[in-house]
Design a protein. Structure first.
Length: 211
């Protein structure tokens, strides 16, 4: 069984507020996305790195293939997926902005797909009370025992993921698209330390963790 990883690093990072996309920011002496590339490498036969269009010509030693991303996250995943060999069995999609994902987490999602699932995603229990709003008015309080906060890496059967992306749909993660075509997606235990770098505070926390 062959496994390829698609590392999505094409975002503009506008919410971060820095002078460059957050995935290029320094984290413990390396770029944020370098940590993500290294995390994916041990479980993958090949790695596709999806970068902003204006950086696609820059050499990236940690990737086997470098491609330009699209206007949305889903479009960027499709660009990476197009660079994955057709005979690949499993594709792992990981956000470059999650540099602290462990090798065990990659192994867990890949292993779950190898065991028969169409997809596997990490999830952590929701500890806050979650309310649904209509404008500023609360209209419902959700039962948090039935909820998880979803992370990457997410692993999928390659044929199912390709089918899920037909027609160029958009979603905040690939599991949603796989669910929409009837795929069976299982949740594995996520990691509290697998934070997403969104703002400078997240980068500071990640730096403390790595130190």
């Amino acid at each position: 069984m062959t496994v390829w990883a698609v590392i999505v690093a094409a975002g503009s990072g506008s919410r971060f507020g820095g002078t460059q996309p957050k995935q290029y920011e320094e984290l413990a002496g390396r770029r944020v996305m370098d940590w993500s590339l290294d995390a994916a490498r041990p479980t993958a036969d090949g790695v596709v790195l999806v970068v902003p269009r204006d950086r696609v010509d820059q050499p990236e030693a940690g990737a086997d293939r470098v491609v330009a991303g699209g206007a949305t996250r889903s479009a960027s995943v499709r660009a990476g997926l197009a660079a994955v060999p057709e005979d690949c069995d499993i594709v792992v999609v990981h956000d470059a902005a999650r540099p602290l994902a462990s090798l065990a987490l990659f192994e867990s999602v890949v292993g779950t797909v190898l065991a028969g699932a169409d997809g596997a995603i990490p999830g952590i229990a929701v500890t806050d009370t979650i309310k649904r709003l209509d404008g500023y008015e609360v209209v419902d309080t959700l039962e948090r025992d039935d909820l998880v906060a979803v992370q990457t890496p997410q692993a999928f059967r390659a044929d199912v993921l390709r089918r899920a992306h037909e027609g160029e749909p958009d979603a905040t993660d690939d599991a949603t698209l796989v669910e929409d075509v009837g795929g069976i997606v299982l949740v594995v235990d996520g990691e509290a330390t697998n934070l997403k770098i969104t703002g400078p505070v997240d980068l500071a926390i990640a730096t403390l963790h790595l130190s």
